[in-house]
Design a protein around this ligand. Structure first.
Ligand SMILES: Nc1ncnc2c1ncn2[C@@H]1O[C@H](COP(=O)(O)OP(=O)(O)OP(=O)(O)O)[C@@H](O)[C@H]1O
Ligand SMILES: [Mg+2]
Length: 262
């Protein structure tokens, strides 16, 4: 991701809405209270209406390093990321902050035909001691279960197999085009009611070297296996890996990675 520019920096859309993306605007303004104090630099699609008031935001998710809120009135979800280090690292935290990386990552995923939340922009805090360092703005997802939840609760073998086959195919597309997903586990994957997958946590990169692409694939597989170690059978895992390998075989950078899937 560092060394290549996306075909465009236009926002991602879900597969159901691939109309021309709106033009982005750069603005500086007083931040809405939910982001905390200090100046922020925004890059938002013009259709986003950011109210200043703190009321109306509902906490959806309270993670170790991030919080996700939803604002019903504006059909908006914001993911607020805390700094992982203090003092903040200038390049990674101001120039290529988490929200911006995810925003760009979603555009790459969409270009490959993979679904993500409908991204509406990002913002970075300019205050060195700010509680949150970046904010990712997106539209709320339609109803979904996480991939892990599906593996834990779904007993129908055909539905489990359909999910794993779809995942294998999409992973083959992603890795087979030279990308690496930095946090590839079943909880960072949503399964919609119609069975389609939505990739959240879109922090992906495209390493320049084959060795790092191979390492990225090994790590992703290990993480998938570890996070679902009690929830996926040996036979299911074997078939999943076989399907992943078949998907890689059809992608431009895929064949050189196949032997990592053993
Ligand atoms: N656009 C959205 N609409 C509805 N819910 C969402 C949306 N984006 C994220 N969520 C919910 O928030 C949860 C956490 O999201 P995400 O994985 O992006 O955060 P995270 O795990 O804290 O990220 P990171 O690992 O980068 O810190 C998701 O599992 C999902 O339930
Ligand atoms: Mg996550």
């Amino acid at each position: 991701m560092r060394d290549r520019k996306p075909a465009s920096e236009q926002p991602g859309t879900t597969a159901g809405d691939r109309s021309a993306p709106p033009v982005l605007e750069r603005v500086r303004r007083r931040a809405p209270a939910i982001l905390g104090g200090g100046p922020w630099r925004f890059r938002l699609t013009p259709d986003v209406d950011l109210p200043g008031a703190v009321t109306g935001w509902r906490l959806l998710y309270d993670g170790a390093h991030s919080r996700i809120y939803r604002l019903e009135a504006a059909a908006l979800v914001v993911k607020l990321a805390e700094p992982r280090s203090r003092p903040r690292d200038d390049l990674r935290k101001y120039v290529m902050c988490q929200a911006r990386r995810e925003y760009r990552g979603a555009a790459f995923l969409n270009a490959l035909g993979l679904d993500t939340p409908d991204m509406r922009g990002w913002a970075v805090s300019l205050a060195p001691g700010a509680h949150y360092e970046s904010a990712l703005f997106m539209r709320p997802l339609p109803p979904f279960v996480s991939g892990l939840r599906l593996l834990r609760s779904e007993s129908d073998a055909d539905r489990r197999a359909a999910f794993l086959a779809r995942l294998a195919s999409e992973l083959g597309t992603l890795f087979g085009h030279g990308f690496v997903h930095k946090d590839c586990h079943f909880d960072n994957l949503c399964v919609r009611d119609d069975g389609r997958l939505v990739w959240i946590d879109c922090d992906i990169r495209r390493p320049g070297s084959a060795a790092r692409r191979r390492q990225g694939l090994r790590r992703a597989l290990a993480l998938l296996r570890r996070t679902a170690r009690n929830d996926i059978g040996e036979r299911e895992w074997r078939i999943f890996k076989q399907q992943f390998g078949e998907a890689l075989a059809h992608a431009p950078n895929g064949p050189s990675l196949i032997d990592e899937i053993q």
